[in-house]
Design a binder for this molecule. Structure first.
Ligand SMILES: Cc1cc2nc3c(=O)[nH]c(=O)nc-3n(C[C@H](O)[C@H](O)[C@H](O)COP(=O)(O)OP(=O)(O)OC[C@H]3O[C@@H](n4cnc5c(N)ncnc54)[C@H](O)[C@@H]3O)c2cc1C
Length: 509
């Protein structure tokens, strides 16, 4: 049995950052365990949309998870692939770089999570990043993660930005990762270098330290269980090449398997709601009722149009965007993806050129759960309860009205063809709602299943220690108490940066 100072489980967006920063700060022995393969280098070049989407269907690169049938989506099962390789989600994702809204982090702090307000997390966003330009106060340069502006947006995306401004949905263009997110129409920034290569967490944070004596990296290593004795997490069991291995952590174990697999690992290890564990024959190590609950995800769907003119194929899944407020309140509740492709269900598509508005529910009220699956604990049951809260469905139906308002603007006059989906005949509230139910899907942003907080349902403390267990933290998208307003990779990397600082501070105490 080998011994290390720290064991990091999962080399995804967060795990790569935690391992790298611990090595840098403490010069310690780190074991980084990743279930998937070492092919991140190959993914660096898979940034065009066809290669990227083919990765999402390939078990070589992803966990091919799917939800349970979703009652509010007509009983549909929604595929929700998650990265399964070095870099995790950051090696397969659509690379859009969105930090979130100031109010997201201030909201976390207001829930009792000291240290997570926007002003306190901003230095971590800045530390990770290498972005040429932008405000010195808000943006970072010289960090490992490369972030670039969109190259050459299509005429359709330029029309989207003009229409958003003309219709009063934005007061200008600008850096939505800068002083303010709301009120701007923009072209998406992405985690790529200036030559267009993907800047995944593994490329950015891990590759430079591979070969350092302190780092032991095991790929193809599926962690089956955390070993907890006398209230302390002492290590892990993992399966590699068909054999079970054990490793000891003399300081801490950090779980970073993502918001679907981290709670599943805790549950397999006897950390979770006692009744659920007993039902599955798992010995209760710590009764933590919140593990696997509070699942939140962003839902999107497409409102598609024919284009009167040919449009260039985009560099990113979405070229232009907008954060706006539809139902009222002081922060955006809707995000738009917009791009010069038909990003709609096959049955609506034509062979010709098109463009699509894809509204995203930014702050879902619905809450789902991750649970153990009888007979297959490595493949959890995932039930996001999509659109269960009436307000979620209402907001998305309003989003169709907004998309139609934007496309009716003069900015689209030379481009606007037929509405393909849902189609001009679909106008009644019931018809719009039916379309949303039939077409809504995930943006692959699960979060919140090991949430931090101070109440009885919280899984980790604000310092990310698992409640009631020594030597164990969770650091990934699962600790978000409330999902951020925007794509989740940047915020997850920020969480990992801060986790590494918290762990380093305790090691030095
Ligand atoms: C298809 C797709 C597109 C996306 N597009 C964007 C985007 O454009 N912009 C954006 O900001 N966000 C995007 N996201 C979301 C973003 O990538 C995630 O929020 C982020 O990667 C989550 O990081 P994480 O560290 O929590 O988990 P992950 O990055 O998923 O890392 C978890 C790692 O743990 C490993 N693991 C799991 N279980 C075990 C186990 N038992 N033993 C060992 N290892 C294990 C996994 O294989 C994985 O490598 C996208 C995600 C997907 C899947």
């Amino acid at each position: 049995m080998s011994a290390y100072d720290y064991i990091v489980v999962g080399a995804g967006s967060a795990g790569c950052v935690v391992a790298r920063r611990l090595l840098d700060a403490l010069g310690c022995r780190v074991l980084l365990l990743e279930a998937g393969g070492p092919d991140a280098a190959e993914c660096v070049h898979r940034t065009d949309i066809p290669s990227m989407t083919s990765m999402w269907g390939s078990p070589e690169f992803v966990w091919d998870y799917a939800t349970t049938p979703q009652p509010e989506l007509g009983g549909r099962v929604v595929p929700i692939p998650q990265g399964r390789l070095l870099g995790g989600g950051s090696s397969v994702n659509a690379m859009m770089y969105v930090r979130g809204n100031r109010r997201d982090f201030d909201g976390w702090a207001a829930l009792g999570n000291d240290g997570w307000s926007y002003d306190e997390v901003l230095p971590y966003f800045r530390r990770s990043e290498d972005y040429p330009g932008g405000s010195q106060e808000y943006r970072g340069s010289g960090g490992p993660l490369k972030v670039v502006d969109y190259g050459s947006p299509s005429d359709a995306s330029r029309a989207f930005v003009r229409a958003a401004i003309a219709r009063g949905r934005a007061d200008g263009t600008g850096d939505y990762n800068g002083p303010r997110q709301e009120g701007l129409a923009f072209f998406y920034q992405s985690t790529r270098d200036k030559d267009g290569r993907r800047s995944s967490a593994s490329e950015a944070f891990l590759a430079p330290v591979l070969g350092e004596p302190g780092l032991t990296l095991e790929t193809g290593a599926v962690v089956t269980r955390l070993t907890v004795e006398g209230g302390r997490a002492g290590g892990v069991e993992y399966v590699k090449d068909g054999r079970t291995h054990r490793a000891v952590a003399e300081q801490e174990v950090i779980v970073a398997c993502g918001a679907l697999a981290s709670p599943a690992l805790l549950l397999r290890s006897g950390l979770g709601p006692a009744a659920h564990l007993r039902e599955h024959g798992v010995e209760v190590v710590a009764d933590l009722p919140g593990v696997g609950g509070n699942l939140q995800d962003h839902v999107l769907f497409g409102v598609g149009y024919e284009s009167l003119r040919e449009l260039p194929f985009p560099e990113l899944l979405s070229e232009a965007g907008l954060f706006t407020n539809v139902l009222g309140g002081d922060a955006p509740d809707l995000q738009f993806f917009f791009g010069p492709v038909q990003f709609i269900d096959d049955r609506y598509k034509t062979d010709g050129p098109g463009f699509t508005f894809a509204p995203i529910l930014l702050q879902p009220r619905s809450r789902g759960e991750v649970r153990l699956r009888p007979g297959d604990p490595l493949r959890p049951l995932i039930d996001p309860h999509y659109l269960e809260a009436a307000a979620d469905l209402r907001l998305l139906t309003e989003a169709i009205v907004l998309a139609r308002e934007l496309v009716s603007d003069a900015a689209f006059d030379s481009l606007r063809g037929r509405e393909l989906a849902p189609g001009p005949d679909v106008t009644s509230p019931a018809g719009l709602a039916d379309y949303v139910r039939a077409s809504a899907s995930t943006v692959w942003h699960p979060a919140g299943t090991c949430r931090m907080g101070r109440d009885g349902e919280a899984v980790v403390e604000p310092d990310l220690r698992v409640r009631g267990v020594d030597g164990l933290r969770v650091a990934d998208a699962s600790v978000m108490p409330v999902i951020t307003r925007g794509n989740t990779n940047a915020a997850t990397i920020m969480i990992a940066e801060r986790a590494a600082d918290l762990i380093t501070a305790s090691a030095r105490r």
